[in-house]
Design a protein around this ligand. Structure first.
Ligand code: MLT
Length: 413
């Protein structure tokens, strides 16, 4: 008999977004003709930028010629043109040098942040902020790095760091050592952004206790204040203790196109049981070479077009459009008396549920009375209870309408 990986049976319910999808589908089936406004999963809605489409087309044409055809991509995933564009535009502009063999391209930061734990021992102790992007927790549960889920929603064996209104949703490091910690800034789901001082404390702590920081910067393009760090490598010492993930999904509408990258600096190391230090870069290279065959050439050309003069302008406009949606939500709902956080340097608004409602009750109220889909905060961890996440990814017109409908849904109570 093929024994299953029983760690999967520790997972609580289904993955959050399919679960929401099921509830919305049931509602839609029962209310034919209802116009549902989707501000749940953070999926982009604007079409691809013209510069990106042009590059995709040109690359597809190239692939149809003898000289332009390409098979498997380069070893670490990235063609030279994309590696260079990232080094120049994402890092040198912020005063950060990244070597070409420190960049690993993939089909998404979800995959990278979920897979990275594979190069660590099952005994590693992990820490996450709470609430948190569920992928970090679930992949460690699957790998057997946790105990059972408790009734209060926490897994034994994980160190949870509450992200609260009091700490601005950017917790400081724990007062004990862990091996692996996941940080996401701008944060999914709270929309909070880590200050330079906060990241300095994290880097100092990680170097002190030998921890590795998995820094998810998938939403960095939404940071509009130039003084806020967009990369953890802007912090001195981070190269010794951190890896960083970035994505083209939200910055350039690639959720259905798929391209992302992870930076693994040469200095970042783990240890063997006997205490020998081993660079993470080589381990990740080995893992990727075994399990992944790089991002298709036309997609990499499309990603590189994001850095062209036209591409930069067009994708900045897209990000600005979503940030303006976030402002409309923040101000419209704020004026109606709701308590809101985030949405300034992030496409997510983190709203305290009115009347002390539970997150899923608030989700149901919004769906039933406003026909608006949001994401219950409790789906991101126990400390998300009492909050709901509203995404700014939709058309201006639908976002404006959602503000009215949400106000009415609660005015009527
Ligand atoms: C979200 O809504 O949290 C995101 O879309 C998830 C993701 O990027 O995988």
């Amino acid at each position: 008999m093929a024994r299953i990986n029983e760690n999967y049976q520790k997972l609580q319910a289904g993955y959050l977004f399919p679960e929401i999808g099921r509830r919305v589908a049931a509602f839609a089936a029962a209310h034919a003709g209802a116009e549902i406004i989707r501000l749940g999963i953070g999926d982009v809605t604007l079409p691809l930028a013209p510069a990106v489409v042009e590059a995709l087309r040109a690359a597809a044409d190239e692939m149809g010629t003898e000289e332009g055809f390409r098979g498997y991509g380069p070893e670490r995933g990235g063609y030279g043109f994309l590696v260079e564009a990232v080094r120049e535009h994402d890092y040198r502009t912020r005063g950060v040098e990244v070597a070409d063999d420190e960049l690993f391209f993939s089909d998404g930061s979800k995959q990278d942040s979920g897979n990275f734990q594979e190069i660590f021992d099952a005994s590693c102790r992990i820490a996450v902020t709470d609430p948190v992007y569920p992928v970090y927790v679930d992949t460690n549960v699957m790998a057997g790095r946790t105990g059972e889920a408790r009734d209060d929603g926490y897994y034994d064996g994980i160190v949870y760091l509450p992200a609260t209104e009091e700490n601005g949703f950017t917790p400081d490091p724990p007062d004990r050592a862990v091996d692996l910690v996941y940080l996401c800034s701008p944060n999914n789901p709270t929309g909070a952004v880590a200050s330079r001082e906060n990241l300095e404390r994290w880097v100092a702590w990680a170097r002190e206790c030998g921890a590795v920081i998995v820094f998810d910067a998938a939403y960095d393009a939404f940071i509009s204040d130039p003084d806020l760090p967009r990369s953890i490598f802007e912090i001195d010492g981070a190269r010794e203790c951190a890896v960083e993930m970035r994505s083209f999904s939200k910055r350039a509408g690639f959720t259905g196109v798929r391209c992302a990258y992870t930076v693994v600096p040469h200095e970042a190391c783990g240890t063997t049981a006997s205490g020998e230090r081993v660079p993470l870069n080589g381990l990740w290279a080995r893992r990727q070479a075994t399990k992944f065959n790089s991002v298709p050439y036309p997609i990499q050309r499309a990603a590189a077009a994001v850095f062209s003069a036209d591409g930069r302008k067009q994708t900045h406009e897209q990000v600005a459009y979503y940030l303006e949606n976030a402002r409309v939500l923040r101000e419209g709902l704020g004026a109606a008396g709701f308590t809101l956080f985030g949405g300034v340097h992030a496409p997510y608004i983190w709203m305290r549920t009115p009347e002390g409602m539970g997150s899923w009750d608030c989700f149901d109220r919004l769906l039933e009375r406003a026909h608006v889909v949001a994401t219950p905060g409790a789906g991101f961890g126990p400390a998300g209870e009492g909050y709901i996440r509203i995404s700014a990814f939709n058309s201006r017109q639908k976002v404006e309408r959602a503000v009215e409908l949400i106000r009415e849904a609660f005015a009527a109570s």
